[in-house]
Design a protein. Structure first.
Length: 482
């Protein structure tokens, strides 16, 4: 079998340079030496100041060992953490020629790190290209695989050309995209885990500084560098805080007060000049660990819908779910959480109740202490996904159409006692239960349930239904209060 043509690298270099020359002057171009692609790509990604765009047919992360693709994935995540826009487009891997989703591990790793990842929709993406800061282009035959970096005969060039970069980005922007299976279409915002310290989130809560929390998360979402100051889009920041636009002067005055507090928490440094929009940069975190906050938190308005306690517990729940050996299920006592994060158990309880009512967390409570077992183990939490409240309203509207407004109102009142206000499955079950046993039985079952403590594990639909059946004369749960 003949070996690879010695003219291939030279040919690729000539074609690439000719392509760029047709689009605009090439300021620098270099054929990447054998075995140096990973080093070249790492240097480019680590030097990024504003953006990294990656287009690949195959991004293969080997499990259980360090690898070149793994180091590049970490570099992309680190770039996103320091405020660089990172956008990754991969082949879907579902063509007749490649039915395996071999990019899946990379997709999941990048998504956990807050990187926006998409698959090409309906086409095969055979490109292998990196564009950094819209001017540096790495283009050639190398996929991001260990074989490409270590053993294959590849041919790649690195060049500096704004025209070539913009042309490539424009071409790829026209390619249809979709979310990878099993992931949401939105990106995730990387929140530094250090933010959950007593000196940051604990101090915010003590000052009831919901505006500080909202503005900080907004900055992380739009991209906040730890190096260069970024000019604040003032109207957009004001909107993120839920304020009305009152003009440049009034808007900047409002933001100024929050900037001072964010600086005191050690989170954000602001540069303010009279008559001009402010600029901000993030203060470096002590740790590189982050919490992946779903962008649906912002898209579907949970940043405006949840109270401060709900927002904070949502972040804590995601933090512990990501680190739990049984993830997403996790367990910590509220006393431990309060001490660790500078909060109070009362505040944490409010957060739990808020998220339960919104169907954003499931809680498994241990049984109440007894004479023979006085110890109560910590609750087990499972975070739920942020959903579209408008879609939930439509579902509830359909229930109202089918069962009537009065029946829906009574069922939702009972669901509230179970902390299932916004779970349409539970609401519809309660409507069916009332149709079966009657309103009098339901009212008495509700009275008995109301005598139980809010964190009693019997405050759930199954127990309530058993009580109702027992009151109606069938086999059911014991309706006596503790």
């Amino acid at each position: 079998m003949p070996g690879p043509s010695p003219f291939l690298p030279r040919l690729l270099r000539i074609v690439a340079v000719a392509l760029v020359a047709a689009a605009g002057a090439v300021h620098a171009d270099t054929l990447i030496p054998p075995g140096k692609y990973e080093e070249t790509a790492l240097a480019a990604v680590r030097s990024a100041k504003r953006s990294v765009h990656l287009f690949l047919y195959l991004f293969n992360l080997p499990a259980g060992r360090a690898s070149g693709p793994g180091r590049l994935a970490e570099a992309l995540i680190d770039a996103r953490r320091r405020g660089v826009e990172v956008d990754v487009l991969l082949d879907a891997g579902d063509s007749p020629f490649d039915p395996l989703d071999r990019n899946r591990a990379a997709v999941e790793a990048l998504a956990r790190g807050g990187v926006a990842v998409a698959y090409v929709d309906g086409k095969i993406l055979h490109a292998k290209a990196v564009v950094v800061d819209r001017k540096t282009v790495i283009l050639g035959s190398s996929n991001w695989t260990s074989a490409a970096f270590e053993s294959n005969v590849e041919a790649d060039v690195v060049m500096t050309s704004t025209a070539a970069a913009e042309g490539l980005l424009a071409r790829m922007a026209a390619v249809p995209r979709r979310a990878p299976p099993g992931t949401t279409a939105e990106r995730r915002v990387a929140v530094p885990a250090d933010f959950l310290s007593p000196s940051a989130v604990g101090a915010m809560v003590r000052r009831k500084d919901e505006g500080g929390l909202d503005l900080y998360l907004h900055f992380l979402r739009v991209g906040l560098s730890t190096q260069a100051f970024t000019e604040v889009d003032v109207p957009r920041a004001v909107t993120a805080l839920g304020y009305k636009d009152q003009g440049p002067v009034a808007n900047r005055r409002r933001l100024h007060k929050i900037f001072r507090r964010l600086d005191q928490y050690g989170l954000v440094e602001a540069k303010e000049t009279y008559g001009r929009d402010p600029a901000v940069r993030a203060r470096p975190a002590r740790s590189t660990a982050t919490v992946a906050l779903s962008d649906h938190y912002f898209v579907w308005g949970w940043d405006r819908r949840l109270p401060l306690a709900g927002k904070v517990f949502a972040l804590l729940s995601q933090h512990y779910a990501e680190r739990s050996p049984a993830g997403p299920r996790w367990s910590q006592s509220q006393a431990t959480l309060a001490e660790r994060h500078g909060l109070t158990e009362w505040f944490l309880s409010r957060g739990v109740v808020t998220l339960r009512r919104e169907n954003l967390v499931d809680v498994d409570y241990d049984d109440q202490p007894t004479a023979t077992d006085r110890q109560r183990r910590p609750s087990v939490y499972t975070p739920g996904a942020f959903y579209d409240p408008a879609a939930m309203d439509r579902v509830m509207g359909e229930l109202e159409t089918r069962h009537g407004a009065d029946a829906l109102r009574r069922a939702r009142a009972l669901a509230r006692m179970l902390y299932e206000d916004n779970d349409p499955r539970v609401v519809e079950k309660l409507i069916a239960l009332e149709n079966r046993h009657g309103r009098a039985v339901m009212a008495e079952a509700a009275r008995l349930l109301g005598q139980k403590k809010p964190d009693n594990p019997k405050r759930q639909y199954a127990y309530f239904a058993g009580v109702a059946r027992g009151l109606a004369g069938g086999a059911g749960a014991d309706g006596n209060a503790p």
